[in-house]
Design a protein around this ligand. Sequence first.
Ligand SMILES: *Cc1c(COP(=O)(O)O)cnc(C)c1O
Length: 830
Amino acid sequence: MRALRRFTVRAQLPEPLAPLQTLATNLRWSWHPATRELFAALDPAAWERSGEDPVRLLGEIPSSTLRELAEDAELVAQVRDRAADLERYLTEDRWYQVQQDLPAAIAYFSMEFGVSEVLPNYSGGLGVLAGDHLKAASDLGVPLVAVGLLYQSGYFRQSLSLDGWQLEHYPVLDPQGLPLQLLTDGAGAPVLVEVAMPEGRTLAARVWQAGVGRVPLLLLDTDIEDNDADLRAVTDRLYGGDQDHRIKQEILIGVGGVRAVRAYCRATGHPVPEVFHTNEGHAGFLGLERIRELQSEDLDFDQALAAVRAGTVFTTHTPVPAGIDRFPLDLVRRYLTDALLPGVPTDRLLAMGAEDDPSMFNMAHMGLRLAQRANGVSKLHGEVSRGMFGGLWAGFDADEVPIGSVTNGVHGHTWENPDVASLVGEPGRPVTAGDAELWGLRNALRARLVDEVRRRVRAAWLERGASTPELSWTDHVFDPDVLTVGFARRVPTYKRLTLMLRDPDRLRDLLLDPHRPVQLIVAGKSHPADDGGKALIQQIVRFADDPAVRHRIVFLPDYDMSMARYLYWGCDVWLNNPLRPLEACGTSGMKSALNGGLNLSIRDGWWDELYDGANGWAIPTADGIDDPHKRDDLEANALYELLATRVAPAFYERDEGVPAKWTGLVRHTLETLRPEVQATRMVREYVEGWYAPAARAARVVTESAFAGARAVAAYRARLNAAWTKVQVAGVDASGLPDTPVVGAPMTVRAVVDLNGLTPEDVTVEAIVGRVDDSDELKDTVRVPMKHLGDERFEAVVPLPHAGLAGYTVRVLPTHPLLASQAELGKVVLA
Ligand SMILES: *Cc1c(COP(=O)(O)O)cnc(C)c1O
């Protein structure tokens, strides 16, 4: 008989073991080895069967066993000890608590969260990054409230057909079997969040809370009886469905998410967030809901916009134009109704997402318009984003576009094997372990990976339809002493999964080299709708199926956090070969570096800024070669060369069994990269450089009944009315020195028609710099000009460079409540 529906009944624990419930439901166990060990010790076999999932584990252990365990005084003491440790972790003062003048709370919105494999609510890097952000925030004591959706079947699980084609499965998750708690109001009733849908319908969601250490993660779930059948399915899958499905999800997380935060703060007394951080554009509608809230407090749209912008941070994650989230404008108009956001003028809402194509609504553009502060996720990505979104700040040079960068980081305690810290101590200290010890650690981690590879290869073949007697060869795939290279990631085109197959014979030679062989692990999921990506996977699988090489190359299906951990621990080399500069940051290589893995990567994303010549290898990139085939040829060739002539020799050259050159690279990687790639470094940067300034700005615009917001809105209105006729009527450089040498003062005078604006409303700037043949100014010095009266302005600028120079004058808006002079995208050039 098949069951009609599955559900989970939670275990009733004997009183002495009751704290296990708390330990199981707060996800801190996932990065706290001592707590994991405690769960494993309860029943090692059940721990394994449960997939190392404490909630499932407690359900699997028979009540009789639990009663016996409750009699074990030593165990009970351990349980109490771990519970006390968790309680301390949740309440003691941490880094944030000893800083000054920081926001009372920050709301962090993301479409996906990869906290642990027991809560599979992520598809890849973006989600895992969000999970690491929460964990690092928790470790630092940052009062974050996170908001996302709870998907009934998360992202898909991947398996392979016999001929190597990706198959997708969507196991349904039961929230009762997950480490979640329903958010209830004071009277104990479940909190329901509602958002209006077209045609007078309502979409309701309940709110589940996960505890990520100190950080509450609120997940909205529409699978409830109050909803029409089609609306119950709004949170069915992550990144499934069409545009209509997707906009419903995004309205739910944005608008519904703010309502969930409000309900959470009311129900628990949690401080109200002063800053809202939008992790990628998907949740951008949150800004519109906050505008609605403020409009109901007697502000008009522009005043509300000024207040919302001050307290909003937007992080963009993709330099791939096709990766930007966009909707047909008509679809957006259908959903952004007065019922959804009462009192907010529709034309103003729609204008927030305007882009070049007038029929489209662009979520990234909305993100940038609704946030006073924005950033990319590595230095290079910041630069690329300033170019990519520069159109919103027309007239400004790319380096003035107000998009900064915070380089991503990864959560050390999640991704680092505990043996690494035991051997080399905390990040940031010199590594005193000797070559032999480092080598011993690497060997142990590699051996563990090889076991895991064999287990998974065998399971994958059974799933593809092979029978046990055919599979004895899987006991011998991989060799614990062979140089092991990992390549695992999602499979969008730019990541070039199959670059290594560019010349299959050369790859085969590397794998089968009699003296210096390489073994290669490949893994990754293709988006279910992307047949091109699935064809790439099939190409790899077919290559790896060849009996001549299958002991040296494997494709492991179902890449997720539980597999990833073994790869990051055990791979000697982490390979990454994206098309530069399309990898915004990349974080898998950071996780490898935490464990002493060496990166072999195109200088893209984080590797562009942290590669130092002695912590791995940079694959030369053929940027600027337009023919993609030629570019692939060049870069693949460079990759083979590096592997054969640099990487493998360093690994195999031994002195008394130890490759001193290799362990030197490992030591340097652990010393220099391990502290840099930490998510705590990233979160600290967000707190100091983004959240704190945003909270200060938000306070200033909110104080005294929103006097600041009203002032900004009035200023912008005045500016808009006057701006088109502001002009630099004349520039006079009669003040050029007789002999223009470097440093000689040059006087620039200008006559500016401000068209009714006051000199205090603007900055008039003299700009001097180098010029090239096209008269473009470069390496400029910008000096504000003094107002001399009437329409006359003047500045004295020391000549900055020798050689061909040029100058100009421009007018910019200035207001004390703007974060940058480029913020409003307005500039008048002479
Ligand atoms: C870290 C991680 C990623 C992201 O890797 P990239 O280098 O950004 O491609 C994807 N999936 C999992 C499971 C991860 O742990």
